[in-house]
Design a protein around this ligand. Structure first.
Ligand SMILES: Nc1ncnc2c1ncn2[C@@H]1O[C@H](COP(=O)(O)OP(=O)(O)OP(=O)(O)O)[C@@H](O)[C@H]1O
Ligand SMILES: [Mg+2]
Length: 227
């Protein structure tokens, strides 16, 4: 099993008020699976994805990625583990504005020195049709091109898992299809994909869809192999 969430809850504490964004979520994801978690705005999708990705410690519950608990590591170990294991794709792309396409794609290699790999970056540039754009900064690219850069970047370190948060949110139909097909292909080659979204179109490319409402999964138990 690639990813296991056991009874994850996350409460944001803001002075005297608190928001329970995720409430007792358990699920698992195997290699080769593409799972979509769908729900309305504010229901806890991003919070769930961040906790699953080792970016946000849950208030309670256990995250296991590839047999390891990222939150039992030091911050440095966790950053290195994330860089080796997980590719992230976000709605807002999160590209570094002053780096070129090529440098953005190569950047995760800096975090994992043994894997910094200019040839792989170049292969990804070709695969995602960015050859003519590789020396441009993100501001000079279209949205679809920016998300293709983000996809290429997510693959640089050959991750086992891709976590995608509303990745089609800023894309037109054609570019959304390209992105979703890429995610499906990644899973068919043995990777795991966890996508959170409110977009039905995005869900239609996944092998399994589960719903989240008010921080709780609401799908039938069989949909997600809950533990
Ligand atoms: N850093 C934070 N501090 C306090 N509350 C937060 C924080 N981040 C999110 N929340 C609250 O937690 C709840 C879940 O937020 P989250 O961003 O996970 O929802 P979402 O499903 O991703 O929404 P959207 O579809 O709009 O992206 C919301 O009520 C939100 O206001
Ligand atoms: Mg969100």
């Amino acid at each position: 099993m690639l990813l296991q969430l056991q009874n994850i809850s996350k409460t944001y504490q803001d002075g005297s008020s608190s928001v329970q964004a995720v409430d007792g979520v358990s699920m698992q994801l195997d290699a080769g699976e593409f799972v979509a978690v769908q729900g309305p705005s504010g229901c806890g999708k991003s919070t769930l994805l961040l906790t699953a990705g080792g970016l946000l410690k849950p208030t309670s519950g256990t995250v296991t990625i590839d047999g390891q608990d990222p939150y039992s590591m030091t911050a440095d170990e966790r950053a290195n583990f994330r860089a080796r294991t997980i590719g992230f794709v976000f709605q807002q792309f999160h590209l570094v504005p002053y780096l070129s396409v090529y440098e953005n794609i190569l950047a995760p290699g800096m975090a994992v020195k043994t894997k910094a790999n200019p040839e792989r970056a170049q292969q990804l540039i070709e695969r995602f049709g960015l050859t003519d754009r590789q020396h441009h900064v993100p501001a000079k690219l279209s949205s679809g091109e920016r998300q293709r850069v983000a996809m290429a970047r997510s693959l640089l370190n050959e991750p086992e898992l891709i976590l995608a948060d509303e990745p089609t949110g800023n894309l037109d139909h054609e570019n959304a299809e390209i992105l979703l097909q890429f995610l499906a292909e990644f899973a068919s080659e043995g990777g795991g994909v966890l996508l959170v979204t409110h977009d039905d179109r995005a869900v239609s490319h996944a092998q399994k869809a589960i719903h989240i409402l008010d921080g709780k999964l609401t799908s039938p138990a069989t949909a997600m192999n809950p533990v």
